[in-house]
Every structure is written in structure tokens, then in C-alpha cells.
Design a binder for this molecule. Structure first.
Ligand SMILES: C[S@@+](CC[C@H](N)C(=O)[O-])C[C@H]1O[C@@H](n2cnc3c(N)ncnc32)[C@H](O)[C@@H]1O
Length: 208
């Protein structure tokens, strides 16, 4: 399950403001690690909200698809793509019901998708791995349990947060390079600002 009883309504209400809640610049870990994605590749952005990561990836020359449960967020993402002069295929969809392609993507990007409780997370991570083609790369960013003390963003629920051991186990089918548990000052819109306890993963799906 998602973290809210009605996640679409909750997120639509949050996105019903004139600005971009998470800003229009990409996540810092994604910007730093995006060079690991195959050039000009087909990339999926999971739950990309207002589109800051997908639009930036399209500007880097990738063929990008993205979905999110919140229609209001996707409308803003479409406007962001248009103003950037890039094309991104956006869907409004629940991650648990989306028709996930298999072995299709050169990259799967998942930035702050910690709406998933443990049961949904297992299904979601398995679909993300299956969606990668051999040689494809996963880039994932989330918060660790230490984030509960910072209160500067994230779901505020221990069971939704990631640890290094959890990600190593969940992505055992991939070659991990790197997996980093670190603290940094985030400035990614009003909902992700300040000292933060983060985890960043880049992982490669082995060929064959
Ligand atoms: C913290 S925001 C991050 C958005 C984006 N990835 C970014 O980094 O700017 C989490 C996003 O997950 C979306 N979301 C929540 N539950 C979802 C679900 N079950 N399926 C798809 N998207 C969902 C929300 O609408 C929201 O846009």
C-alpha cells in the first residue's frame, strides 16, 4: 500500500499550488550519477511527480518515460517539458497497477519514491529490476532511518525508509556500484530542504 489512504487525492492537493513543490532542477544524486546511464538510452522515471528529473534527463538526450499517481503533478510535468522544449511520455498511473514493460529500459530512475510500505516496496523493486534490460542501470535515492531525527523531508515512517542492508538484499540481482549512506544539505523545493540523511544507489543489471 501507499502511505496514504487516498494517495492520488493527497498528492493532487499538495501539487495544487502555482510553484513546483520539489523545484524544477533534478535531484542532486541523479545529476551526479546520470553519466552512468547509457547515452541516449530509454529511461523510465518512477513516480516523477512534477517532472523535474524526467525533463532534465530528456534535456541530456535520453528518451524518457515517466508516470505518477497524481494528475496535478503530471500536468505540471507536461508544462515543464513543454517549456524546456523536450518530449517526455507521461502517464498518470498507480505504480502498483501500471503496465510495467519487461527488459525494456536502459535506465530506471527512482527518486524519493518512499510512498511504498514494505509489501508494495517489494513488488515495486521487483518490477523495476524486471523493467531493466541487461546492461541497464538503476539510479535510486531515498532517505534512511536517521532522517526521522532531521524532519526535513520524507515519509516520516520508519518502515518506508531504506537501509544499506535492505537495498543490498532487494537488489541482489544487480551489480551494486555505488551504494552510499550519507548526510547532505538538500535544497530541492520546499518539501526537501535542509540537512538530510540520504542513501543513493547505482546498480547495473548484468548481461545474460
Ligand atoms: C516525494 S514525491 C517525489 C516526486 C519525484 N520523484 C521527485 O523527486 O521530484 C513522491 C511522488 O510519489 C507519487 N506517488 C505516491 N503514491 C504513488 C503510487 N502509488 N503510484 C505512483 N506514484 C505515487 C506522488 O504523487 C509524488 O509525486
Amino acid at each position: 500500500m501507499s502511505g496514504f489512504e487516498d494517495p492520488a487525492a493527497t498528492w493532487n492537493a499538495r501539487y495544487d499550488t502555482p510553484g513546483y513543490l520539489f523545484g524544477t532542477e533534478p535531484n542532486a544524486f541523479l545529476r551526479e550519477q546520470a553519466g552512468c546511464l547509457p547515452a541516449g538510452g530509454r529511461v523510465l522515471c518512477v513516480a516523477d511527480g512534477e517532472g523535474r528529473n524526467s525533463v532534465w534527463l530528456a534535456r541530456q538526450g535520453h528518451r524518457v518515460e515517466a508516470f505518477d499517481i497524481a494528475e496535478q503533478g503530471v500536468a505540471k510535468a507536461r508544462a515543464l517539458a513543454q517549456s524546456a522544449g523536450v518530449s517526455v511520455r507521461f502517464d498518470v498511473a498507480d505504480a502498483d497497477r501500471w503496465a510495467w514493460p519487461v527488459a525494456a529500459y536502459d535506465g530506471v530512475v527512482a527518486i524519493f519514491i518512499q510512498f511504498a510500505d514494505p509489501a508494495l516496496r517489494v513488488r515495486l523493486f521487483a518490477r523495476m529490476v524486471a523493467a531493466l534490460r541487461p546492461g541497464g542501470v538503476l539510479i535510486l535515492q531515498g532517505y534512511t532511518p536517521a532522517q526521522l531525527a532531521h524532519g526535513t523531508g520524507g515519509p516520516g515512517k520508519l518502515s518506508h525508509l531504506y537501509t544499506e542492508a535492505m537495498l543490498r538484499a532487494d537488489f541482489a540481482a544487480l551489480q551494486i556500484r555505488p551504494l552510499r549512506d550519507y548526510e547532505a544539505d538538500l535544497d530541492e523545493g520546499e518539501r526537501h530542504r535542509g540537512r538530510s540523511a540520504l542513501i543513493g544507489l547505482v546498480a547495473l543489471k548484468p548481461a545474460g
